[in-house]
Write a protein that binds this ligand. Structure first.
Ligand SMILES: [Zn+2]
Length: 273
């Protein structure tokens, strides 16, 4: 039984500063340890529930944050930038369930640490089939397209609320409560590791009760950019339709294509950031 983990960093316990998630900063080094500890707790829970294979996709920034030599011996690590499927690389229908750890709430959420979608000040909102989603919804939708249920989500309290609203079956572990974008009340670190381990184990044991997040075809992606010039650049994508000054629409029958369209729109917009 294979469990898939997409591991982000902003939602890790203790992470509050921009420097915590910036590989060039001194404060980043301990934050990598915290991130690795949380992922290990999730893996340990999955293994205790019978997982024989765990694929961890490092999903933050340059995607080479997790410390491979400290990672649980059962895990394989997908690491490094430029992955064609980014935060969901190597996720496919051979996985029995998906975890999203260290995730953060969608852009515009109050009292949420580092609320953003892919990049702060670059994407204002994403809708799939008219429903607003953040990184969690976009990535869980990709799992759902492969029939893979989302079992566990970890991050701050706002993210846990976002997860439960989108996927009522999901086990969500809050490790801290945002007091603003860059400040939080962090729960006791060892206790949150224990909670992640226990919830991961229960999530895998009860995986038959969980569901895949399915967006039905035809799939309609709408991306709103904060600036007109970003939408100008994104509009170069063939098939993208400009439905408002700052909103691009893309329609497709297949979720992996929607995901790639999103990445293409994002990278085009980033070129003028
Ligand atoms: Zn991140």
């Amino acid at each position: 039984m294979k469990i898939y983990i997409s591991a982000d960093m902003e939602g890790v316990n203790g992470v509050v500063l921009k420097e915590h998630v910036d590989p060039a900063a001194r404060e980043y080094q301990p934050a990598r340890q915290w991130m690795t500890a949380e992922v290990n707790a999730a893996i340990a829970g999955a293994v205790a529930a019978g997982a024989t294979e765990v694929v961890v996709n490092d999903s933050h920034s340059n995607m080479a944050n997790l410390l491979v030599d400290q990672l649980h011996p059962k895990a394989q690590l997908v690491s490094g930038p430029g992955k064609p499927f980014s935060m969901v690389q190597d996720l496919d229908d051979s996985c029995a369930g998906a975890f999203f750890t260290g995730y953060h709430a969608s852009f515009g959420t109050p009292q949420a640490i580092h609320d953003h979608i892919y990049a702060y000040s670059l994407i204002e909102s994403i809708h799939v089939n008219g429903q607003q989603v953040g990184e969690l919804g976009l990535n869980a939708g990709m799992a759902g397209a492969y029939g893979v249920p989302t079992l566990l989500v970890t991050g701050d309290k706002a993210l846990a609320g976002e997860a439960r609203a989108l996927m009522p079956w999901v086990r969500a572990v809050a490790v801290k409560e945002g007091r603003g974008r860059l400040c939080a009340r962090c729960y006791p670190f060892q206790e949150t590791l224990k909670a992640i381990r226990e919830e991961a184990e229960q999530a895998v044991r009860n995986r038959k009760k969980a569901k895949a997040l399915i967006f039905k075809a035809p799939l309609v992606l709408e991306v709103r950019f904060p600036k007109v010039e970003m939408a100008d650049a994104a509009a170069l994508l063939p098939g993208a339709e400009r439905i408002e000054t700052k909103v691009l629409r893309y329609e497709t029958a297949a979720y992996p294509e929607l995901y790639r369209a999103f990445l293409a729109l994002f990278r085009l917009a980033r070129s003028v950031f």
